[in-house]
Design a protein around this ligand. Structure first.
Ligand SMILES: CC(=O)N[C@H]1[C@@H](OP(=O)(O)OP(=O)(O)OC[C@H]2O[C@@H](n3ccc(=O)[nH]c3=O)[C@H](O)[C@@H]2O)O[C@H](CO)[C@@H](O)[C@@H]1O[C@H](C)C(=O)N[C@@H](C)C(=O)N[C@H](CCC(=O)O)C(=O)O
Ligand SMILES: Nc1ncnc2c1ncn2[C@@H]1O[C@H](COP(=O)(O)OP(=O)(O)OP(=O)(O)O)[C@@H](O)[C@H]1O
Ligand SMILES: N[C@H](CCC[C@H](N)C(=O)O)C(=O)O
Ligand SMILES: [Mg+2]
Length: 485
C-alpha cells in the first residue's frame, strides 16, 4: 500500500503534512509513519495509548475534539472522530468493489448477505459477503473464506482494507452486514453504498443501546446518513417498524422498494411449503412470477425477497434475479438440518439468539413436527439481560419440551443466566452442560419429532469465564445422533 498525505486522508489543512503509511485505532498495530486514531471506547480510552503509538513510530494522532494539547507532536482533532477514522481509512486503502450494498435488522442480516452473494454469483458477477461469517468471496459455485467469523461489522480500518483486497481480487459486488453497533460506531461510514436494506426490528442489544428507541435510531442511521440520496432503501414491509423506516428513507431523499407480503414492489402473493423448500408466487411491479425456493420457513422466504430486492436495486434485471433465487443455499448454522443416525425425527442447528428469532424458528419448524418439537437453547452472558425471560417464555409456549442450557456465559455466572431464562419457563429442563443437553434432546427424539439446537449456529466455541472452549453444535448433534443410532 503506498503512502498518502495526511491532509488528503483528513480532507483538511493540517499544521504539518507527513506521508501516512497506515491507519489504525489499535496502538498495538502502529508502525512507522502510521496515523493512530485514539478512540474513547467502552472498555478503554484510546488516548491512554498515544505514548505507545508514538514510541512505535506514529506520524500523527487523530483524537476527539476535547483532547488536551501536548499529547502528541502532530495532533488533529475531530468532532466525530469515529467517522473521521472511517473516512481516513477509506482514503488510505482506496479501492472498493464497485457495487456495495448493506443490510441491517435484528435478525436475517447474515442470511440476506449470503443470498445476495449467491444471486450475484449466479448472474456471473464476482461477489462477496462481509459479516458474522467473515468475508466470503464467490465466483460461480466456488466460495473462498478470506477471514474467520468475527464481528458482524468489522472495525473501520479492517473493513476498508478487506474491501480493497476484494476489489484488487476482481470482486465487483459486495453485500455487507450492518450491525447496530457497527453503524453507531461508524465502522461502515467509509463504504460507498448503492443500496441498503432493512429486515426487522425486535428486542436485542439493549445492554448497549439502552432502549428500543436508541436501537432503532442506530439502524435508521444506515438510511438517513450512510446511503446517498437518490439511492434505494429495500424495506421489509411485513416488519412492524416498516413505516418508520419508509418515512425516514423518503425524508432522506431515497427511493423505497417495499418487499414482502405487504410489499408493493416485490410482493409475496402466495407461499406453499413443498418437500424441497417452498413455492413462492410473486408480483414484481405488476408481473407475476413463480419461484421454487430451496429453503424452508417463512423467514427464509422473507430474507430471500430482501436479498432479491437489494440485487435489483443495485442494478440487476428482476427476471434474472428471481431465476437465481432457485439455486440459493442457506447460510451455515441457520436452520441447518443435521443428518445422521438411524432414528426417526429431524434435527436442526439454528442461530436464533433473540426472542423474535427463537419464536420465528420454532414457528417455522412446528409444521415439520408430527410428533414433538424439542428445543435446546440458552442466552449469552454480557448481553441484553431483558432477552432472557422472554426467550424462556417463547420456548416454554412454542416447544413441547424445552431444555435450558449455556450459550457463551462469557464473564457471567452460567447458573444465574439459566435462572433468569427459567423465570419465563419454570417447567423447562435445565442442563447447563451444552453437550449433555444436546445428547439428552437427541436421546428423546422419536419418529415425527423435531429437535432444534438454537443460539450458536456456526459458532465454533463456548466462551466461559472469558476462555473460548472449542464447541460446534453441528458436530455435537451429529455425534449425539451417532451415539443414539
Ligand atoms: C461494545 C463494542 O462494540 N466494542 C467494540 C469496540 O470496542 P471499543 O471501541 O469500545 O474499544 P475499547 O476496547 O474500549 O478500546 C478503545 C480503543 O482503544 C484501543 N486500544 C485498546 C487497547 C490497546 O492496548 N491499545 C489500543 O489502542 C482500541 O483499539 C479502541 O480503539 O471496537 C472494538 C474494535 O473494533 C471491538 O473489538 C469491540 O468489540 C467487542 C469485543 C464486542 O464484543 N463487540 C460486540 C458487542 C459487537 O460489536 N457486536 C456487533 C453486533 C453483533 C450482532 O449482529 O448482533 C458486531 O458488529 O459484531
Ligand atoms: N427475517 C427473520 N425474522 C425473524 N427471525 C429470523 C429472520 N431471519 C433469521 N432469523 C432467525 O435469526 C437467526 C439468525 O439469522 P441471521 O444470522 O441471518 O441473522 P443476523 O441478523 O445476521 O444475526 P447477528 O445479529 O448475529 O448478525 C436465524 O438462525 C433464525 O433463527
Ligand atoms: N452478534 C450476537 C451474537 C449472539 C450469539 C449468541 N450465541 C450469544 O453469544 O449470545 C451478539 O454478539 O450479541
Ligand atoms: Mg449476522
Amino acid at each position: 500500500m503506498s503512502a498518502v498525505r495526511l491532509s488528503d486522508l483528513l480532507m483538511r489543512d493540517v499544521d504539518s503534512d507527513p506521508m501516512i503509511t497506515g491507519v489504525t485505532a489499535d496502538s498495538r498495530k502502529v508502525s512507522s509513519g502510521h496515523l493512530f486514531v485514539a478512540l474513547p471506547g467502552t472498555a478503554a480510552d484510546g488516548r491512554a495509548f498515544i505514548p505507545q503509538a508514538l514510541t512505535q513510530g506514529a506520524a500523527a494522532v487523530l483524537a476527539p475534539q476535547d483532547t488536551p494539547d501536548g499529547l502528541a507532536p502532530l495532533l488533529v482533532r475531530s468532532g466525530d472522530v469515529r467517522r473521521a477514522y472511517a473516512l481516513a481509512a477509506r482514503g488510505f486503502y482506496g479501492a472498493q468493489p464497485a457495487t456495495c450494498v448493506a443490510v441491517t435488522g435484528t435478525n436475517g442480516k447474515t442470511s440476506v448477505a449470503a443470498f445476495c452473494r449467491q444471486i450475484w454469483a449466479a448472474l456471473g458477477r464476482k461477489s462477496a459477503s462481509m459479516g458474522t461469517l467473515g468475508v466470503v468471496a464467490q465466483s460461480g459455485a466456488v466460495t473462498e473464506a478470506l477471514t474467520q467469523p468475527g464481528l458482524t461489522s468489522p472495525d473501520a480500518a479492517d473493513a476498508a482494507r478487506l474491501m480493497a483486497t476484494l476489489a484488487e481480487g476482481g470482486v465487483t459486488h459486495l453485500a455487507l452486514e450492518a450491525s447496530s453497533h457497527g453503524i453507531d460506531q461508524r465502522r461502515l461510514d467509509g463504504v460507498t453504498l448503492k443500496a441498503a436494506a432493512f429486515t426487522n426490528l425486535t428486542q436485542d442489544h439493549l445492554d448497549y443501546h439502552g432502549d428500543m428507541e436508541a436501537y432503532r435510531e442506530a439502524k435508521l442511521r444506515l438510511f438517513e446518513t450512510l446511503l446517498p440520496r437518490g439511492r434505494t432503501a429495500v424495506l421489509n414491509a411485513d416488519s412492524d417498524a416498516y413505516s418508520t423506516f419508509a418515512s425516514a428513507s423518503i425524508m432522506s431523499g431515497l427511493g423505497v422498494m417495499a418487499v414482502g407480503e405487504r410489499g408493493r414492489d416485490l410482493s409475496l402473493i402466495e407461499r406453499r411449503a413443498v418437500p424441497e423448500g417452498q413455492r413462492l408466487v410473486l408480483d414484481v411491479r405488476g408481473a407475476r412470477h413463480e419461484v421454487s425456493l430451496p429453503l424452508a420457513g417463512a423467514f427464509q422466504a422473507s430474507n430471500a425477497l430482501v436479498a432479491a430486492g437489494l440485487c435489483i436495486a443495485a442494478g440487476e434485471e428482476p427476471g434474472a434475479v428471481l431465476a437465481a433465487m432457485e439455486r440459493i443455499t442457506g447460510a451455515a448454522g441457520r436452520l441447518q438440518r443435521i443428518e445422521g443416525g438411524t432414528r426417526g425425527g429431524e434435527a436442526y442447528v439454528d442461530y436464533a439468539h433473540t426472542p423474535d428469532g427463537l419464536e420465528t424458528v420454532l414457528k417455522a419448524l412446528r409444521p415439520h413436527a408430527t410428533g414433538r418439537l424439542i428445543v435446546v437453547f440458552g442466552a449469552g452472558g454480557d448481553r441484553d439481560r431483558g432477552k432472557r425471560p422472554l426467550m424462556g417464555e417463547i420456548a416454554g409456549r412454542l416447544a413441547d419440551i424445552a431444555i435450558v442450557t449455556d450459550d457463551n456465559p462469557r464473564s457471567e455466572d452460567p447458573e444465574a443466566i439459566r435462572a433468569e431464562v427459567r423465570t419465563g419457563c419454570p417447567f423447562a429442563l435445565e442442563i447447563g452442560d451444552r453437550r449433555a443437553a444436546i445428547r439428552e434432546a437427541i436421546g428423546m427424539m422419536r419418529d415425527g419429532d423435531v429437535v432444534v439446537v438454537a443460539g450458536k449456529g456456526h459458532e465454533q466455541g463456548q466462551i466461559v469465564a472469558g476462555v473460548t472452549h472449542p464447541f460446534d453444535d453441528a458436530t455435537e448433534v451429529a455425534e449425539a445422533l451417532r451415539l443414539n443410532a
